[in-house]
Design a protein around this ligand. Sequence first.
Ligand code: TNX
Length: 544
Amino acid sequence: MGKLRILLALGVLCCGCGRVVPVDGPVSVVPAPVSVTPAEGVFRLSASTRVVVRSSDGRMPFVTDALNELLRPVFGEELTCLSPAPVQDGAVNFIETDSISSDGYSLTITPDRVEVRSGGAEGAFYAVQTLRQLMPAAAFGKGRAKAVELPAVAIADRPEMGYRGMMLDVARHFFTVEEVKRVLDLLAMHKMNVFHWHLTDDQGWRIEIGKYPELTRIGSVRTRTLIGKDPGGEYDETCRYDETPHGGFYTQDEIRDVVEYAARRFITVIPEIEFPGHAVAALASYPWLSCTGEQYEVRQTWDIDDRVFCIGRDSTFRFIEGVLEEVVALFPSTYIHIGGDECPTDRWEQCPRCRERMRAEGLTRPRQLQGYATTRIERFLRSHGRRLIGWDEILDSGVSRTAVVMSWRGTEGGIRAARQGNEVVMAPTTHCYFDYYQTADTAGEPLAWGGCLPLEKVYALSPCERLDSVQRASVLGVQANLWTEYIPDFAQAQYMLLPRLGALAEVGWSPGRKDYAEFLPRLKRLTRFYDACGYVYAKHSLAD
Ligand code: TNX
C-alpha cells in the first residue's frame, strides 16, 4: 500500500516533467510590433534546444542570460549556448546584421528553428522579450515542462521613440534595491529603456555622497509621516501622523549594482538631484545651504516648500558641484536630471546675498536666479560630458538649447521647448501621472494623490501632437511618473504601475497605434505574465 502511494506520487511528479505546453492562442504582443505575419505550425522549445550566437556585440551575454532567466523556471535548467557557431535547425539563432537598426529586430519562427536578426544586442534583447509573450502563459505555471510550443510567425519590429521611461520617487517613500530591481524587470518586460530615479526631495535624501555624509546621516530620515490627506490645507493640529521614523538610502555600491543590473537589461538610469527647490532634506543636513542658515527638520508633509537652496552663496554651487561630481562618476547616463520644478522665490526675495547676486548678474526678477543657477550647473555638467535635463519650469527662466525639457504641466512646455529647438520628454500629468486614481469611482481604491487617469487615457497620449515634422524629431519620447506620497509600500507601487505601464510602453514603442479595443485583449494576455512573475496589478481597469 505504502509502495503504491509512493509510485502514484512519483507518477504525478513525472507528469509535470513530461508536460508539453501547447500554443495558447493567436500571437499577442505588447507593445505592438511593427508587423506580425502568422505562419503554419509550431516550434518545440525544450531544455535541449541550443542557443546559437553569431554576433560581435559584447553585450550578447546579457541577451542569452535574459533568455535563460526566462526559461529556467520553465525547464528547471539552462539552455546550452554556442558562440560563434553556424546557424542551425532545432536552435534559437541570434544573428547580427547591419541592415537592422541597433534597437530593431526580426524574429522568424518556423517548425525547424527560431531566427532572431538584429542590429546588435539591444534589438536581440527586445526579441527575447517578444519570445516571452509568444510562449504559452501556462508554461510558467506549476511544475516543469518538457517542451513548450512557439507559434510559427514572422515579426519585424523596432521602437519608434528612443526614450521610453519611467520615474520612481524614492524620496517620499523609500524602496529597497531588490524592489528597484523588480521595477527594472518590469521595464525590461515592456521594452522600456530609461529608469529615472528621483533620489532627493524635501522628505528624504537617498543617495550616499562621500563628500557630504550628513546628507544621508540626517537627510535620509524623517521622524514621522503625514497619514491621509491634510484636512485643512494648513498642516495644522487636525493632521494625523504615523509617528514612525521613515528612512533609507542607497550606498554607492548599491547604486553601482542597480546601474549594472539596468545596463544588462538595456536600461539607462537617469539620476535626479533636485535643485534649487524640493531641497529641505539637504538643508536639514547642511543649514548653510539655505538663505537664512536656520536648522530645519526633514519635511514630514507633502506639497511645495519655500525653503530652497540659496543662490546668493558660492558655497551652494561648490556643494551641488561636489554632489554632481560623485553622481556623474556613478551614473554613465549622458543625461543628468537636476529637477528644477516648483521652486518658490520668496526666500530669495528676502535674502541679501541673493539680491546681491541679482545686481551682480544684472537680473531684474528673482525668478531669473533659477535660470542663472540652471545655466551654471549645465555648464558644469557639460564640462563632464553630460547634458542637463530638467522639469519644464527650467524654461521659465531661460535655458540653453542643449538642455532637455521634461514636460509635466501638460504637453505645453514640451511643445514650446520643441518649437524653440530643445529636446523634450513628454510626461504630462494628464496622461502620465500614475499616482492618480485609475478609476473615476475611487471607493475601494487606495488613497491616491488625486485626479483620475484610467488606462484608456494613458493609451490615448499622442506625444507629438501640434508639432511639425522637424519639431517632432526633438521629442525623444515619453515617461510615466510614479510619485509616492501616498504609496507606502511596493505592493501598492506595482498596483499603481500596472497595467497602465503596458499602455505607456505601447505609446512609446508604437505611438501610431490608437485602437484601444484591439489593444485591451493584448494587454489582458500580458497580465498572465504579470501573474507568472507575481506582480500586483489593478485587474478592474481591464474590464471592457
Ligand atoms: C508635482 S511633477 C511634483 C511632485 C509631486 C507631484 C504629485 C513635479 C515635477 N513635481 O513633487 O510629487 O506633483 O503628483
